[in-house]
Design a protein around this ligand. Structure first.
Ligand SMILES: *Cc1c(COP(=O)(O)O)cnc(C)c1O
Length: 401
């Protein structure tokens, strides 16, 4: 490999690029996690995350990857043999249902073709049939990171309500929180699962549950074994800004900074930025003449784009060519779509020119890999971002001002 100079382009859909401000914040001495200085930090991050989840309820922070927070959501609320309804949106939904089965839950996994979001209508119909209320929870991945498809969480909530069903509603927002609009309280979500290394712009290592009053109540009856993940152990120390065991102190410094950055930009502006960069990416893909994995424009993910390789071309060989020539990492195809798709991450600490560098690397890589395409994607993205197309100008300064 040639010696890399300048910044590596980390364009996988998580872990994402960590902004310099966050790196500087983490680069400080570790402090006593039972001392007064820590207490202020603990309060700041626990309160700050409520604003990000849009909840007034309880939030817990684990020193764990997102998978730990998946497990925490289930073991705190359910009992052995409980039935849960999950939707096969892609690789991450498949992993969550496998974890649920390993814990001794009875999973009904609604099959999907990995090109669409969770089917709210079918979920509602299944719940309406379940007159005995055997189904205890509905679990949905908001943004399926393996496919670039975003499910309509509010529609699933409506479907649960329409069926007058008491099941808990759990949502994985690991690759959507702080990138796509998300409202824990307003959408009546009982447990939201999140991780640090995607929209939150941190290194991997933290994960989160946002918890409704109904989920806390379910915890009193839940009989799945739990120890490390027990919300109850967090509740009392968290009230005074502390943790029941050693927290990931330096990642919490970073989290405090990341929350400050998100709130300074404004969550609506953060979502609009992701929408703009997502749209520019999709226009590039279409101009190259390649196919998006997501089939429904209403479900396009604004945090990543999964692109189908023309048949006969290996997506992983293409990604390797991009890495070797341009020092850029693109996301690999996972599970069923391994070798068939590559993924462009456009979430987190990311902007227009980083996207244009990314798309240039993809376009040059397509050429080097001999993949048939039109050399028009970068230009299409620029046309969009520069406002050269009617109605696409970025809010703010324009040349006419
Ligand atoms: C990344 C991701 C996960 C897995 O999180 P880890 O931190 O790797 O355990 C789960 N769900 C979704 C939607 C993800 O994007």
């Amino acid at each position: 490999m040639p010696t890399a100079t300048g910044r590596h382009f980390l364009q996988i859909p998580g872990p994402t690029n960590v902004p310099d401000r966050v790196l500087r914040a983490i680069d400080r001495p570790t402090i006593d996690h039972r001392g007064p200085e820590f207490q202020a930090l603990g309060h700041a991050v626990l309160d700050g995350m409520k604003a990000i989840f849009k909840t007034k309820g309880m939030v817990v922070i684990y020193p764990a990857s997102g998978t730990g927070a998946w497990e925490a959501a289930l073991v705190n609320t359910l009992s052995p043999g409980d039935r849960v309804l999950m939707a096969e949106t892609g690789h991450f939904a498949t992993l969550w249902q496998r974890l649920a089965k390993r814990l001794g839950l009875e999973v009904e996994f609604m099959s999907g073709d990995w090109r669409r979001g969770a089917p709210a209508g079918a979920i509602g119909a299944r719940l309406a049939e379940d007159k005995a209320h055997a189904i205890k929870a509905v679990c949905v991945v908001h943004n399926e990171t393996s496919t670039g498809v975003a499910s309509n969480v509010a529609a699933v909530r409506k479907a649960i309500d329409g069926a007058h069903h008491p099941a808990l509603f759990m949502v994985d927002t690991i690759s959507s929180l702080a990138s796509l609009d998300y409202r824990h309280d307003e959408w009546g979500v009982d447990v939201t699962v999140a991780g640090s290394q995607k929209g939150l712009m941190l290194p991997p290592g933290l994960s989160f549950n946002a918890i409704s009053a109904k989920a806390l109540k379910a915890q009193e009856q839940a009989k799945l074994p739990r120890a490390y993940w027990d919300w109850a152990d967090m509740a009392t120390p968290n009230k005074s800004g502390f943790f029941p065991y050693t927290p990931a102190t330096n990642l919490l410094y970073g989290l405090k900074e990341a929350i400050a950055m998100l709130l300074e930009e404004g969550l609506d502006a953060v979502f609009a930025r992701h929408a703009r960069l997502g749209e520019a990416t999709r226009r590039a893909v279409q101009a190259w003449g390649l196919e998006l994995l997501c089939v429904d424009p209403a479900e396009y993910s604004n945090s990543l784009t999964a692109v189908l390789m023309p048949s006969g071309f290996d997506a992983d060989r293409f990604r390797q060519i991009v890495l070797e020539n341009f020092d850029m990492s693109l996301g690999q195809g996972l599970g069923k779509v391994s070798g068939k798709v590559f993924r462009i991450g456009h979430l987190g600490g990311f902007n227009e020119l980083m996207l244009m560098g990314t798309l240039s690397g993809v376009e040059m890589g397509l050429h080097l890999a001999g993949v048939p395409h039109r050399q028009a994607g970068v230009a299409a993205a620029m046309d969009f971002l520069a406002g050269r197309i009617e109605g696409t100008a970025k809010a703010g300064k324009s040349a006419a001002e």
